[in-house]
Design a protein around this ligand. Structure first.
Ligand code: DAH
Length: 359
């Protein structure tokens, strides 16, 4: 029996060493240790040998089994390394190839439009500020000079949330003007910010969604006047809509937080039922603005005899629809990939004033 074991050992070791790949090694393992393998058969033969030598033979067989297992493991490791080396040598990736933007998806028109706003106002020296979607009545209305029973509160179709423990009503912010207050209470002028963000009103049809986007602008210092407001917004409209001689008109209006208050229209033509931006004799309202009301400046702890400035607010979704001729607002929020493929933007082509704002 011991001689037989020695012979088996030599043969199996040779087979292990000569296995050329992992599949061949696996057949060697089965031939040695499998159910009908050579070592397994020797083990089964133990019951037929004389009881005096059985114990010794059993121990020798166990050693043989361990040795073969160790040899298999070792060979498996070196074959694995060799296989990996071979793959590394043959499967190369050329990192200098251009990226295929098709695989990267598309940028949503709202993301694209926000990026364009940041580029245009960034070049004028504005930075981006943000505030929470859920805010209190003070930031959304009170500090913005909406009196307790001010009718303008009703204009906003506000979503109310449970009040704070002190009774202060909480709301989903109805406009980004909340961040005017947050900024003026925190930052010492000069202030020059834009605030792109989500806003909420209980309203829904082809051009209104309960969640929509606005961008707010705020400039506060000691000398800014209405002329600056006009220059800033005329430049913005022409840069954003990419029409150099776009007519821009300022029309008196009313907001509680500005005095005087103004609405801005851009020139367009509606001939033949088709809307075309530019000179055409018709007008389209695109934003509200004005000189920040002294009460608002005072409500934020600043001295209105020293500080002054202007603010503006507009709907991001609305100007995106106008610029990119998107007729319906609802699919903006449907996450329909076919829509996104059609109206979305190539993500590796970010807007810049030098390189072009879009397409
Ligand atoms: N908050 C206004 C709205 O949602 C928009 C607006 C108008 C913002 C005039 C302003 C502004 O900052 O000066 O209807």
């Amino acid at each position: 029996m011991l001689d037989q074991m020695e012979a088996t050992r030599g043969e199996l070791m040779k087979l292990v060493d000569s296995a050329a790949d992992l599949a061949a090694l696996e057949s060697v393992r089965v031939a040695a240790l499998g159910k009908k393998g050579r070592v397994t058969q020797l083990m089964q033969g133990l019951k037929d040998i004389a009881p005096e030598t059985r114990r010794e033979a059993g121990q020798a067989l166990n050693r043989l089994k361990d040795e073969i297992e160790a040899a298999l493991t070792k060979r498996k490791e070196s074959l694995g390394e060799a296989a990996l080396d071979a793959r590394l040598k043959t499967e190369t990736a050329d990192l200098t190839l251009p990226v295929r933007p098709g695989g990267l998806g598309r940028l949503h028109p709202i993301s694209q439009t926000i990026e364009e706003l940041v580029q245009i106002f960034g070049a004028m020296g504005f930075s981006v500020a943000e505030g929470p979607d859920i805010d209190d009545d003070f930031h959304n209305f009170g500090a913005l000079n909406f009196g307790e029973d001010h009718p303008a509160r009703q204009m906003h179709d506000t979503f109310y949330l449970p009040p704070k423990p002190d009774g202060m009503p909480m709301v989903l912010r109805t406009h980004t003007s909340t961040v005017q207050i947050r900024t003026m209470m925190k930052v010492k002028p000069p202030i020059r910010i834009i605030v792109p963000g989500r806003t909420f009103r209980s309203d829904s049809d082809a051009t209104h969604s309960p969640m929509f986007h606005q961008v707010e602008g705020l400039v506060i210092d000691e000398t800014t006047h209405m002329g600056h407001l006009k220059g800033c917004l005329i430049d913005f409209c022409r840069a954003f809509f990419q029409v150099d001689d776009l007519p821009v008109r300022f029309r008196p209006s009313y907001f509680p937080f500005t005095e005087p208050s103004v609405e801005v229209d851009i020139g367009c033509s509606r001939k033949g039922g088709e809307l075309k931006l530019g000179s055409g004799g018709d007008w389209l309202e695109i934003l509200g603005c004005g000189m920040v009301h002294p009460n608002v400046i005072r409500n934020c702890g600043l001295d209105p005899t020293r500080y002054q400035g202007f603010a503006f607010g507009m709907g991001i979704d609305r100007i995106a629809m106008l610029k990119y001729a998107i007729p319906d607002l609802r699919p903006f929020f449907d996450a329909d990939l076919r829509w996104l493929k059609h109206y979305g933007f190539v993500p590796l082509d970010p807007p810049s004033l030098a390189g072009g704002l879009s397409r």
